[in-house]
Design a protein around this ligand. Structure first.
Ligand SMILES: [Zn+2]
Length: 212
C-alpha cells in the first residue's frame, strides 16, 4: 500500500516535470487581417485549438516559433513596458537588451509578439492572408517614436514617406544606425535590421531573422 502510494507520488511528479517541457495542450491567440482598401484591421477573432493541430501557416519554419500565446515569454526590463517574444529567442534578446541598457543606450519602447495577417497576397475582399513575423514573436520594434517605417525609400532622403512611427533622425540618441551597438548586437545574434533591407521600404525600428 505504502509502496503503491509512493509510486503514485513519483509518477505524478515526473508527469508535472514532463508537462513543463512538452508542447502545451492548447494554442490560442487573437488575430486580425489588414484590409488594404479600408486601411484598417478587420476580421478580428480569437482562435483556440489543440496545440497538436497547428497548421503550417501558424508555424515559422526557420525557428519553429508559432502564433500561439503559449509559446511566448514576457520580458521585463527596467524603465520600459513588458513585451513578449518567442521562447526560442527570449533569453538572448533579454541578455542583449540588459547589456545595452547597462552600457547606457537610450531605450524607451520595445514591441515583439503581436498576431495579425499584414503580409502576403490579397483575398477577394482586399485582406492580407499571411502572418507578419511579429505574429510568431520573432520580430522586434525598437523605439518606434524615433525609428519610423518609410516607403518610397530606396535609399534614405527627402523622397521617403513616413508611414508608421516617428521620424528617423540618426542624430537623435533613440534612432538606430548601422553602427549603433544594439544593431550590431542583434546582427551578431542572427537578426537582420529593417534599416538595411533592400527595396523601397525602410523599417528603422524593426528586427527579425528575415529583415521584414
Ligand atoms: Zn516590426
Amino acid at each position: 500500500m505504502l509502496r503503491g502510494l509512493l509510486w503514485v507520488i513519483l509518477w505524478t511528479g515526473y508527469g508535472a516535470g514532463w508537462a513543463a517541457i512538452a508542447s502545451p495542450e492548447t494554442c490560442s491567440y487573437s488575430t486580425y487581417q489588414w484590409n488594404v482598401i479600408e486601411k484598417r484591421a478587420v476580421n478580428r477573432q480569437w482562435i483556440e485549438h489543440p496545440y497538436s493541430q497547428l497548421k503550417p501557416h501558424e508555424i515559422d519554419s526557420l525557428t519553429g516559433c508559432t502564433v500561439c500565446e503559449q509559446d511566448q515569454v514576457t520580458i521585463r526590463l527596467d524603465g520600459i513596458a513588458p513585451f513578449k517574444v518567442c521562447h526560442v529567442l527570449a533569453a538572448e534578446v533579454k541578455q542583449i537588451l540588459q547589456q545595452q541598457l547597462a552600457q547606457g543606450i537610450y531605450l524607451n519602447k520595445v514591441a515583439g509578439y503581436r498576431v495579425g495577417m499584414t503580409k502576403g497576397s490579397l483575398d477577394a475582399s482586399g485582406n492580407r492572408t499571411r502572418f507578419s513575423y511579429h505574429s510568431f514573436g520573432i520580430a522586434l520594434d525598437i523605439n518606434e517614436q524615433h525609428n519610423g517605417l518609410y516607403d518610397n525609400c530606396l535609399s534614405f532622403g527627402p523622397q521617403c514617406r513616413l508611414r508608421r512611427g516617428g521620424r528617423w533622425d540618426p542624430r537623435q540618441p533613440g534612432s538606430l544606425r548601422r553602427d549603433h551597438p544594439l544593431v550590431r548586437a542583434f546582427k551578431r545574434m542572427g537578426l537582420k535590421w529593417g534599416g538595411e533591407i533592400a527595396g523601397k521600404q525602410k523599417d528603422f525600428m524593426h528586427f527579425s531573422p528575415y529583415g521584414y
